[in-house]
Design a protein around this ligand. Structure first.
Ligand code: DPM
Length: 349
């Protein structure tokens, strides 16, 4: 596919953020392989089309990815760039993540209404309305800021910012991912960065993931050049945590992770919709020092690839064990109740 003078078609959602992300990936690939021609193929997904229903109510896990994956399967496109957090933890048959790029700041941030006299959530007057459609954000923030009101806000980032700044609008502030704000060039609109102690981020937040067909070896080879190892390890741990909990984007599950020289550690939690019930915990997995491992094992025929695979499975284990720990502490009834309530939630105006 990716030979001399060849063409690769790249699928993307139509939103400005999606286009910025896709064009960024294309620009990186173009530098490595100037002879390849990349063609952008844009389409709308269910998440873009259904704007009058709360995200969590639509009940479809692949809200922002399904139509693009169908195009991949039909070979109408060769790869698709996603925000990793929108990519379900189980991909359709025949699809793989060909690359995970270096993560940007994974935190959430507060954007105040234009001209606001306030600069952080703690200072807002009681009853101030905060716009977010993320149950993960509202559950954690309700717990930490019980005086504030949380209300759904739908639409792409441009629409949300317009709704926030509307002089007759109801929102005092909105919560968005720093990564999205930064890619849109709006970093100067951030008033407050939310630390894990007040709001842990979503699984995969801040990282881009590129999906392609499992058997498309040439595209896989090309994409692998964009892989960022530390991000891969962190997001493997985070995604395996979410996979075991079976939480899609519609339940309040949040994490924070870090890779150290010795290994990886992950903090995670699940919340009830109103934030009052939660379980959280932390887990670490120590990787065998890869250089030592290489020295010890080279003569028994274990390759660097195998050591890399062991490290990856260590990251996977880290997430899985944390999920199991939370389940043992009572996560399942909390998640079950959250899922049932999110489906019954009031329609958004
Ligand atoms: C998912 C959620 C949201 C997006 C739920 C969550 C936020 C919805 C909302 C799974 N996808 O985070 O708990 O705020 O109402 C989305 C954004 C980005 C990727 C925008 C954002 C950009 C950042 C990134 C929407 N998906 O979260 O502010 O690359 O992580």
């Amino acid at each position: 596919m990716a030979g001399e003078g060849s063409l690769l078609r790249v699928g993307s959602r139509k939103s400005e953020l999606a286009l910025i992300q896709t064009k960024y990936v294309i620009s990186l690939l173009q530098k490595i392989r100037p002879e390849i021609q990349f063609e952008l193929v844009t389409m709308a997904t269910t998440g873009d089309k259904v704007l009058d229903v709360a995200l969590s109510k639509i009940g479809e896990k692949s809200l922002f990815t399904k139509e693009l994956e169908i195009a991949l399967e039909k070979k109408e496109v060769d790869f698709v760039v996603h925000s990793l957090k929108d990519l379900p933890t189980i991909l359709p048959e025949g699809m793989v993540i060909g690359s995970v790029l270096e993560r940007e700041d994974p935190r959430d941030a507060v954007v105040m209404k234009q001209g606001s006299a306030f600069s952080c959530l703690a200072d807002l007057p009681p009853g101030a309305v905060i716009g977010t459609s993320s149950l993960r954000r509202s559950a954690q923030l309700k717990l930490n800021f019980p005086q504030l009101k949380f209300q759904d806000i739908r639409g792409n980032l441009n629409t949300r910012l317009r709704k926030l700044d509307d002089k007759d609008g109801v929102y005092a502030a909105i919560i968005l991912a720093v990564a999205g704000i930064s890619r849109m060039g709006w970093i100067d609109r951030i008033s407050e960065y939310l630390e894990p102690s007040s709001c842990m981020h979503a699984v995969g937040q801040g990282a881009l993931g590129v999906e392609c067909r499992e058997g498309d070896v040439e595209t896989l080879n090309l994409l692998s050049s964009l892989h960022h190892r530390e991000t891969v390890l962190r997001t493997v741990a985070e995604r395996s945590f979410l996979r075991v909990l079976e939480g899609g984007c519609s339940v309040p599950v949040a994490v924070t992770s870090r890779v150290t020289e010795a290994g990886i550690s992950l903090d995670g939690g699940v919340w009830s919709i109103d934030g009052t019930k939660s379980v959280s915990g932390t887990n670490s997995v120590v990787f065998k020092n890869s250089t030592d491992a290489l020295k010890q094992r080279s003569y028994v025929g274990i390759s660097a690839n195998q050591i890399e695979a062991e490290i990856l499975s260590g990251a996977e284990l880290c997430g899985r064990e944390l999920a199991e720990l939370l389940i043992s502490k009572g996560a399942e009834p909390i998640l079950k109740e959250a899922k049932a309530q999110s489906v019954m939630a009031e329609p958004v105006k």
